[in-house]
Design a protein around this ligand. Structure first.
Ligand code: ADP
Ligand code: MG
Length: 254
């Protein structure tokens, strides 16, 4: 059965795109059939996966122009991609002004579920209608947070958004886990955050992934080179961490 996993946090720079792209590639390398949907108008994951934005049908066409899903899927070497679109940079006004507003994406994408083992959804850095649409369609959410002083800032607001989705549009939505990213083992701050986190998250009824994604320069370089970290340098810490994380995601199915 397909698992649609949204990678969400309204904070920018926490590693949503990095996580979405790398778990998509790693799950594919583990033999899963994977679709990546980029819902962020900045098109970062579309670009990293080398999918096209111009001259092709994008998520915009799927959501707002009644384009067929099959026409919007780009078949890349390892994964399939539905590209984002610069027209989605300010999507609030595009969604219908009625009760169906939050169901636009699930309505348009429901039919493609059966084609995949995993649908990974990269989301924008805002608590807007696009994120709520993604949370209405998704089965699960992965929440990356950075290990720094402000890493947990805004996490309450994200949980309110996830909670609203659970209450109003998607009762079976669950948080697969919170993911510590840019982890630096030897810093006290990182250890403190890592130690304090489980208690904080218990309040919300969720868990922290055992796997932490360590900070590594190659991660940035891979993004610049428009490559997955496994392909760029399979020996680096981030590559090993994302591989472990995917094992954990697969095991957390139960
Ligand atoms: N584990 C990591 N180690 C080093 N750099 C990272 C790591 N995770 C993400 N980055 C870098 O941080 C920046 C923001 O990451 P990105 O995935 O684009 O965040 P978001 O999508 O949440 O805005 C990028 O330059 C990315 O390469
Ligand atoms: Mg991003």
């Amino acid at each position: 059965m397909c698992r649609a996993v949204a990678v969400a946090n309204q904070k920018g720079g926490v590693g949503k795109t990095t996580t979405a792209v790398n778990i998509a590639y790693d799950l594919a390398a583990m033999g899963k059939k994977v679709l990546l949907i980029d819902t962020d108008g900045q098109c970062n994951s579309t670009d990293t996966c080398r999918a096209r934005v111009d001259g092709v049908a994008t998520l915009y066409d799927l959501l707002f122009e009644h384009e067929k899903p099959e026409e919007c899927i780009q078949h890349m070497e390892a994964i399939d991609v539905i590209a984002s679109d610069k027209l989605l940079k300010n999507p609030e006004t595009k969604f219908p002004d009625d009760a169906g507003r939050l169901f636009t994406m699930s309505g348009a994408c429901e039919g493609i579920r059966q084609m995949y083992d995993f649908i990974i959804i990269d989301t924008p850095p805002t608590l807007g209608c696009m994120l709520s649409n993604a949370l209405t369609f998704a089965d699960e959410v992965v929440v990356p947070v950075t290990c720094d002083r402000y890493g947990m800032e805004g996490i309450n607001d994200l949980y309110l958004t996830i909670d609203a989705a659970k209450r109003y549009t998607n009762p079976s939505l669950r948080v697969t886990g919170v993911l510590l990213n840019k982890y630096k083992e030897r810093t006290t701050l990182c250890r403190e955050i890592s130690n304090a986190l489980p208690e904080v998250l218990e309040m919300f009824g969720t868990k922290v992934f055992e796997t932490k994604i360590r900070e590594c320069e190659d991660c940035k370089k891979a993004q610049s080179a428009r490559m997955g970290i496994q392909e760029y340098n399979p020996e680096c810490t981030t590559a090993k961490d994302y591989w472990m994380l995917c094992g954990e995601i697969i095991r957390r199915q139960a």
